[in-house]
Design a protein around this ligand. Structure first.
Ligand SMILES: *[C@@H]1O[C@H](CO)[C@@H](O)[C@H](O)[C@H]1NC(C)=O
Length: 268
């Protein structure tokens, strides 16, 4: 009898945690980072560096360096959860968009986005950015010969390479709080006879089903390993359904009340 109680209570606790986390996975990810000394220290470092006094005069190079350190040295499970937390509402997505202080790390220095060709050329010539961009291309670009256009095990590698670009001249970010679309801060309006090259580069971020799929399939691992057992891997189509129906919090609630009844039966 007592041996049954433990698992049920644990399940209850996890579901309670999940119903709160369901509202904002990005807050959850932030709390997990706070609880980890290394993650917290590296995050504090970049926040301090990136929060310049005036928006157009922030210490961008130092901010970028601190961000690269965060993703290079922080525990990947935690740093990736901050970057790829799954959202169903704008509050969560806004927080995700703001994760690495875009005012300094993403925008600027001008008021208008530069040409992506400028960013691309600067990146290719940079010893920091060049190899990271090549890794991103190698890990995230669609593979036409693969059945679905992306290699099966491509996702995690692609997300690692994407995170590696944060803090470079082609730092990508979420473009708004209404989608999970990402792009570097640049456009292809003034690309002249290199337009195709420009669009191809930008498209690696904005029209890349392998990157989109990797972000969508990222499992933020909260509220814990038991969640994985409760919720075995499904095909991506079902995951999508799950996300789009996540707007109705009733499901979790009714499941919770059923479990409460079950738990009470054990207790009484
Ligand atoms: C989402 O973005 C829009 C446009 O930038 C902004 O007006 C709105 O306040 C944002 N929503 C949240 C919840 O931050």
């Amino acid at each position: 009898m007592a041996s049954c109680l433990g698992p049920v209570l644990l399940l209850l606790l996890l579901l309670l945690g999940e119903s709160a986390a369901g509202v904002n996975h990005c807050v959850d990810a932030a709390e997990e980072c706070t609880a980890d000394a290394l993650c917290e220290r590296l995050r504090t470092e970049y926040v301090v560096r990136c929060l310049g006094r005036a928006p157009r005069s922030c210490p961008r190079a130092r901010c970028h360096r601190a961000l690269r350190r965060f993703f290079a040295r922080g525990p990947p499970a935690l740093t990736h959860a901050l970057l790829f937390c799954q959202c169903v509402g704008p509050a969560c997505a806004e927080r995700r968009r703001q994760t690495f202080v875009p005012a300094c790390a993403f925008y600027g220095p001008g008021a208008l986005p530069p040409s992506c060709l400028e960013s691309l050329d600067a990146c290719v010539q940079s010893r920091v950015c060049g190899p990271r961009l090549r890794a991103f291309q190698a890990s995230c670009a669609p593979v036409p010969s693969a059945p679905e256009g992306c290699l099966l095990d491509q996702g995690p590698r692609c997300l690692r390479a994407y995170a590696g670009l944060v803090g470079t001249t082609v730092t990508p970010n979420y473009v708004d709080n209404a989608s999970a679309r990402v792009a570097p801060w640049c456009d292809c309006r003034a690309s002249g006879n290199r337009r195709e090259e420009c669009e191809a580069f930008r498209g690696l971020f904005t029209r890349n089903k392998c990157l989109d799929g990797a972000i969508r399939n990222f499992d933020s691992k909260w509220p814990g390993i038991l969640q994985v057992q409760l919720d075995p891997p499904r095909d991506p189509g079902l995951n999508l359904l799950q996300v789009s129906s996540g707007a109705q919090p009733l499901d979790g609630g009714s499941l919770l009340s059923i479990l409460l009844v079950l738990a009470l039966q054990f207790l009484l």
